[in-house]
Structure formats: C-alpha cells, structure tokens
Ligand binder design. Structure first.
Ligand code: PBG
Length: 335
C-alpha cells in the first residue's frame, strides 16, 4: 500500500450506514424536478397505450385531464402536452396547428379546468400537423426558416390564449425565441414563459415519440439534420443557448439527455440558467424494454438515470417516468 493516507483515511466509512450515506449525498431527485409529457389524440373516451412506450397513453381530450390530475395528486409541477393528429387533418403547411379548436387547445382547456394548479407546457413546432412530418414549412425540399417562425408565433399565441403557461419551441428554427417572445407580448401574454429547446440534437432517440404522435410514417426516410444539431458538437450548443437567452428564453433545454450529460454540464456552468433535461422517449423505451425482459431492474436503472441529470446540473427533467419516480420517492426510495 503506497498511499500514505491509508489506513487513517478510509473512504468507505461514510458509506457504511444508510443514515451516513444520506448525510453525505450530494444530489437528490425530488418530485419538484418533474415535467411529465402526456399525449392527446382525437376521439372520445380514449386511453390507448402507445406500442413503443409501454405505460404511456394517448388520451382523448375529454379524458386527458385524468392524466393531469394523476400528476397533480403526486404534486408534479407541470405536464407537457403533445398531440397525435389524425391523418385527414395533416397537410403540407400543418394548418391544423392554427385551428382554434384543435386537440391541443381542447386539452389545455380541459387540464386547466380540472387541475388548475399544474403548469402546462406546449411545443411550438409543426411536426405533429404536417403531412411530411417536418417541424416547419417545406419549400423546394428545404425546411424554410422565417416563414415557419411566423406560423410558430401564431401557434404560440393560440396556445397561450387557451391557457398554456409555457411555450416550448422545439423546432430549432433560427430566431424563433425572440419572435415568439415579441408575439406573445403583443398579444398580452407577457407572463407566459418560454422554455426553449435550445440544444436539440438530430437524434435517433426520438423514434418512440414519433410513433406516439404518428409522425414517423410521414417523415419516412426524411431526417431533421438541416435544423437539429449534429450529435458531434458541444461548442455549437453553447452558441445556441447563448442566442436563446439573448432572445428572451426563461429556461433552456438540452435534448436528449442521457447521451448528452456533458452538454447539460457545460450549459449549466456557462450560463447558470434554469436548465432542463429532456429524458426522451428512446431513453425511456430502452429501459422499459430491458426491464420487461428481466435484463435490468427498471426502477433502479431509471432512478439512476434521473440522478445523473441532477449531477450534470439540470434543474428540472422532462421524463415519461415522472409518475413512477414520484411514487418511488414518496415511498422513501433509496436505490
Ligand atoms: C417535435 C418534438 C420531438 C420531441 C419533442 N418534440 C421529436 C422530433 O423532433 O422529432 C421528442 C420527444 C421524445 O422523443 O421524447 N419537434
């Protein structure tokens, strides 16, 4: 033994007892950290399990408040609402996004009525509504920026009018945070917050989500590499975040999260902004699948993933596991 500190110093002493491990724990996951994404679909009386996301459901507008109430009962601060739009309503310009009676608007109103204290987050993006599955308008084969941003501004106002508390631009168009801020303010929504998907990567981990909202079949072999970020880059993520802060973002998001813990850490260290990790669908589904096969203990692997986001510097986590984690925490989960 060449370490001169030993045997006086034994790192294992602080790990010996449960009470001691609790005392020296550096990070904690609490229910305060969670935003739970929920899915709304056309129809009535519907609660339909999503194939690629066991344990997650598509709710019709008349039932979605049940999901929000479950979250509210567990004291989860917010839900994020995502729509599955039926094929007949999709078109190249995603015009259903601006229908003042679309299912997002219906869901916002239903949740506000039944669970008035829970925060509501909604995407500003067109992919659930477009027949090609892209987040914006396509002109001559290219997802155009400025014209898309104009639509996103109108979509944001529509959602804010319905009662949405947080607009979350997930499209990665340039300049959209500033334009949406301006549009919201002009429409009298200066209290509506913007949670920007600031560093969003062109990732393979969104596939179960695209199944959930039915955009994958429309996107086909298409990809989103001309607007979402290259997984190889981190300096670029800092530039993206800096711009969104400058344009007025209240909170910034890194997405996905497990393969991008380094990005979360750099963003938090550089900007000290409220920083949100999106524990995306593929991260959820892979743990679920392994858990179902008995290859992993799902609860433990999931809680370990959540603590990794806190360790990396995240203040909040969008996670499909929010209800499960909240219940475990409530029961005194210790790992
Ligand atoms: C749409 C959007 C996506 C997700 C959230 N908003 C998918 C995408 O960009 O293709 C992914 C969420 C997840 O995988 O859990 N702009």
């Amino acid at each position: 033994m060449t370490n001169g500190a030993y045997p006086q110093i034994r790192m294992r002493r602080n790990r010996r007892d449960h009470w001691n491990r609790r005392l020296v724990r550096e990070n904690n996951v609490t229910v305060d950290d969670f935003i739970w994404p929920i899915f709304v679909a056309e129809g009535q009386g519907k609660k339909e399990e999503i194939d690629a996301m066991p344990g997650q459901f598509r709710w019709s507008p008349d039932r979605i408040a049940e999901a929000a109430c479950e979250a509210a009962d567990l004291d989860i601060p917010a839900v994020a609402i995502f729509p599955e739009i039926e094929k007949a309503k999709k078109d190249p310009d995603g015009s259903e996004a601006l229908n003042p009676h679309n299912i997002v608007v219906q869901a916002i109103k239903a949740v506000k009525a039944e669970a008035p204290d829970i925060g509501i987050v909604c995407d500003a993006a067109l992919d659930p509504f477009t027949s090609h599955g892209q987040d914006g308008l396509v002109r001559e084969g290219y997802v155009v920026n400025d014209e898309t941003v104009e639509v996103l501004c109108q979509q944001s106002i529509l959602q804010a009018d319905a009662g949405c508390d947080v607009i979350s631009p997930s499209d990665m168009m340039d300049g959209r945070v500033g334009q949406i801020r301006k549009a919201l303010d002009e429409a009298g929504h200066d209290h509506v917050r913007i949670l920007s998907y600031a560093a969003k990567y062109a990732s393979a981990y969104y596939m179960p989500f695209r199944d959930a909202i039915g955009s994958s079949t429309f996107l086909g072999q298409g990809d989103k590499k001309t607007y979402q970020m290259d997984p190889a880059n981190t300096d670029e993520a800092l530039r993206e975040v800096a711009l969104d802060i400058q344009e007025g973002a209240d909170m910034v998001m890194v997405k996905p999260s497990l393969p991008y813990l380094d990005v979360i850490r750099r963003v938090k260290d550089t900007f000290q902004m409220p920083t949100v990790a999106y524990n995306v669908s593929g991260e959820y589904s892979m743990l679920k699948a392994a858990g179902e096969r008995g290859w992993l203990d799902y609860d433990r692997a999931m809680m370990e993933a959540l603590i990794s986001f806190k360790r990396a510097g995240a203040d909040a986590i969008l996670t499909y596991s929010a209800l499960e984690a909240a219940r475990l925490i409530q029961c005194g989960y210790e790992g």
